[in-house]
Design a protein around this ligand. Structure first.
Ligand SMILES: NC(=O)c1ccc[n+]([C@@H]2O[C@H](COP(=O)([O-])OP(=O)(O)OC[C@H]3O[C@@H](n4cnc5c(N)ncnc54)[C@H](OP(=O)(O)O)[C@@H]3O)[C@@H](O)[C@H]2O)c1
Length: 328
């Protein structure tokens, strides 16, 4: 049977990484494109997924047998706190339309993308797949988190009532080429890359918000893209799966900033603004289930992945998503 894989959010950080992997993996690679496959990378211009009619039209046009659902309203803490209802509503609408259209069009399989933000604020670490619904998410992103949690609820309900093969992935913080570098909306790595770039360009200090001590697990978008391809081919369980490097691979914000300075060859003044909030000290997630199910996986060493991401940003500064601060 011919396979048509529709990637929603195909123009974002992760969508672009999937496109890169699908197009560049060598023949015979288990992460590469197969001869009978067509891949469609859709953007919001191909259809606003908040609208059921436009979503249906997209399904009618491409008739996907498989959907990798990445489209979402995504943002950093500031945006999430300011637009709680918009994050809740837009993401609920997008997810409901994508899943329901998949059901009505008899799509064989859907993999939706959640986030470790879905986990309860008060929880025993490490995070694992069984703890998603065990308490309220952090109030700073409660709109986004509740909308994402509902995908897991819907996946179970679609399976129980209609036997649908819908599942979800839970990645930790993603970075890579085509990230969102808008300083109002960016996550930690793209924000620091952008700030360091501006400090170098304008001969000013590189200032990192907070103490630099918090620890996080970061996953390179190209590695994550391969894990999604593996899920597409091999993972047929409704239960979500955390896609992450191991807990031992946590890095401090300072380690990340040091690596950015090195990759950017920045030689100016560098300091921490300790008046800025640090956020949670750590929120480690376990990748035990992933490794048990997949066997081993070779993650790209952090410095190498970061180097590629910084290089991409420098080479694509004029077209990258840098927001209003571009002229700074
Ligand atoms: N970035 C992270 O660190 C992170 C961590 C964990 C999980 N995730 C999840 O991973 C997935 C991908 O994230 P990302 O960082 O790649 O996002 P991104 O770079 O912000 O890209 C978002 C994508 O969604 C599309 N989109 C947004 N609103 C849409 C709408 N109303 N209709 C149709 N398409 C719409 C965008 O299309 P346009 O280009 O046309 O705007 C874009 O392709 C998301 O589900 C996100 O929740 C991200």
């Amino acid at each position: 049977m011919a396979t048509v894989v529709l990637v929603t959010g195909g123009t974002g950080l992760l969508g672009k990484a999937l496109e890169h992997i699908i197009e560049t993996e060598p023949v015979g690679s288990k992460f590469g494109k197969r001869p009978n496959e067509t891949w469609i990378f859709a953007s919001s211009a191909d259809g606003d997924l908040r609208d059921p009619a436009q979503t249906n039209k997209l399904y009618e046009k491409y008739k996907p047998t498989h959907v990798i659902h990445l489209a979402a309203l995504v943002g950093g803490v500031y945006k999430n706190m300011k637009y709680k209802l918009t994050f809740l509503r837009d993401n609920i609408l997008i997810n409901d339309n994508v899943l329901h259209a998949a059901y009505t069009h008899k799509t064989v399989k859907v993999i939706s993308c959640l986030s470790t933000c879905v986990f309860p604020d008060k929880v025993e670490y490490p995070l694992d797949e069984n703890k998603i619904h065990n308490g309220l998410p952090h109030e700073s992103n409660f709109g986004y988190a509740h909308a994402k949690r509902m995908v897991d609820v819907q996946n179970h309900a679609y399976k129980e009532e209609f036997g649908c093969n819908f599942t979800s992935a839970i990645p930790t913080s993603i970075f890579g080429p085509h990230d969102n570098y808008d300083l109002e909306a960016a996550h930690v790595i793209p924000a620091l890359i952008h700030r360091c770039y501006l400090a170098k360009k304008n001969n000013t200090s590189f200032i990192v918000g907070g103490t630099g001590k918090p620890l996080r697990q970061f996953i390179f978008s190209y590695d994550l893209a391969k894990l999604f391809v593996w899920m597409l081919r091999e993972y047929d369980d409704v239960e979500p799966i955390i896609l992450s490097v191991a807990e031992e691979e946590e890095l401090s914000v300072k380690e990340v900033a040091d690596a950015i300075i090195k990759a950017m060859a920045f030689e100016g003044h560098y300091s921490f603004d300790t008046t800025k909030a640090d956020g949670q000290f750590r929120k480690p997630a376990s990748n035990k289930k992933l490794i048990e199910r997949m066997g081993s996986f070779q993650f790209t060493p952090f410095e190498q992945a970061l180097d590629m991401s910084v290089k991409w940003f420098i080479e694509n500064y004029d077209t990258a998503r840098t927001g209003n601060k571009k002229a700074a």
